[in-house]
Design a protein around this ligand. Structure first.
Ligand SMILES: Cc1cc2nc3c(=O)[nH]c(=O)nc-3n(C[C@H](O)[C@H](O)[C@H](O)COP(=O)(O)OP(=O)(O)OC[C@H]3O[C@@H](n4cnc5c(N)ncnc54)[C@H](O)[C@@H]3O)c2cc1C
Length: 373
């Protein structure tokens, strides 16, 4: 089986790897460099807490692949299962956490509830005013700069062709499959996987599949390095967006943070998401509730990245509803980093076997047309 994968972010490279592992002949076409879209901009959170429940089977599948990543890919992509703590500062947050924990348990996610004394004993320096927290010990983080190039390299070793800097000039369905004419030559295959991230809706529209996707850039920042003390990824249960920050300390000591600020709107052409310095004070105030020591530290860089947000905040994954041989995996709505390896494995299973052990029905490309009719 021949497959063209369009887009070399985490979804495209992971799919290329798992497809090649299943014996498919893969050509991955990326117009820039592998991993330089939303993937490299990611905060790197490998979290299951708070996910839409029907996404948990895919998230579990992905987490176990993150655990095997170093062996599977032949390099350390800095996955560390340091745990994910979400602090709680009020009764609403506590009620939301308990309701989610109860609902998520039958879906295979067990959250520990910590009291304030346990938080300060186990995680000194975090949220002195927190009344409680949830803790998910198996979750953690990975390095967003390493993961897509690592998947691409591993796919290449299995025979996949990875073509970077290729501008797509024509994309069409033929009698035997698909033809993709690019600035680096023309490629044909019986299947096409649309893994074009925020640009995926434009590709789907070319095949008569309109979906509501909004291109936006969440804003991130990083501090100067400090002695390494904070192990878990830290977040919050809150109903107030202005408090919704998160942070983690990388092993080199810098504290990476995000959330709380509104996401900037991004023009898909050229797709450059630019962090807005005016949003930084709101963000830092929210981070300081989680980690007061941030007030003493210099922020050395801010950035953003162009991500596709679907109207219902769920990705588009699965078979095309209009075009045989076409598959989609895009629109990961700000939470695709954790899912990436699982998405690649699930899409490879679906494309090569016509079935997928992980339920993908909620992510179908035509769900928006069903709902409006
Ligand atoms: C700032 C930020 C922080 C985030 N933090 C987290 C987090 O902590 N945890 C989490 O789970 N998720 C997070 N996310 C979301 C996560 O990073 C994304 O969901 C995920 O990386 C999407 O991967 P992708 O492969 O679909 O898209 P991308 O990485 O954007 O890749 C798509 C690729 O397709 C290419 N492309 C587009 N059109 C074409 C074309 N016509 N021809 C060829 N190539 C094309 C692009 O150049 C791009 O490289 C974050 C996102 C951002 C922006």
């Amino acid at each position: 089986m021949d497959v063209i994968v369009l887009g070399g972010g985490l979804m495209g490279t992971a799919s290329a790897y798992f497809l090649a592992r299943r014996g498919a002949r893969v050509t991955l076409i990326e117009r820039n460099q592998v991993g330089t879209g939303a993937t490299v901009a990611s905060f790197g959170n490998i979290r299951r807490t708070g996910r839409h429940l029907t996404q948990l089977p895919l998230a579990h599948r992905s987490l176990s692949l993150w655990g095997e990543a170093e062996k599977m890919l032949g390099q350390d992509v800095e996955f560390r299962a340091t745990g994910h703590i979400r602090l709680i500062f009020d009764e609403d947050g506590l009620a939301d956490m308990r309701a989610y924990a109860e609902a998520a348990r039958p879906w295979g996610l067990e959250l520990e509830e910590l009291g304030s004394r346990e938080i300060s004993a186990r995680f000194p320096g975090l949220g002195p005013d927190a009344i409680a927290a949830s803790f998910s010990p198996q979750d953690g983080s990975g390095n967003p700069r390493l993961i897509a190039p690592a998947f691409a390299e591993a796919a290449r070793k299995l025979g996949a062709e990875i073509i970077e800097g290729a501008l797509v000039e024509k994309l069409e369905r033929t009698n035997s499959g698909f033809l993709v004419a690019t600035s680096k030559g023309s490629f044909a295959a019986e299947c096409l996987l649309n893994a074009a991230g925020a640009w995926g809706a434009g590709i789907a529209a070319q095949f008569g599949e309109e979906v509501p996707l909004d291109a936006r850039g969440p804003q991130m920042g990083v501090t100067e390095p400090l002695p390494h003390r904070i192990l878990p990824v830290v977040g919050i249960w809150t109903r107030d967006k202005e408090h919704g920050a998160y942070l983690r300390q990388v092993e080199r000591g810098n504290i990476v943070f995000g959330g709380a600020a509104e996401r900037v709107s991004v023009d898909l052409d050229p797709g450059h998401a630019i962090a807005d310095p005016l949003r930084l004070p709101v963000q830092l105030r929210a981070v300081a509730r989680l980690l007061p020591a941030i007030a003493e530290v210099a922020v050395i860089r801010t950035w953003s990245g162009c991500e596709g947000y679907m109207r219902d905040m769920l990705p588009v994954m699965g078979q095309s509803a209009t075009t045989p041989g076409l598959f989609h995996a895009f629109g990961f709505s700000g939470h695709g980093f954790q899912l990436g390896p699982g998405v690649g494995d699930a899409m490879a299973e679906l494309i090569t076997t016509d079935r997928c052990e992980t339920p993908l029905d909620d992510f179908s490309v035509d769900r928006f047309s069903h709902h409006s009719s």
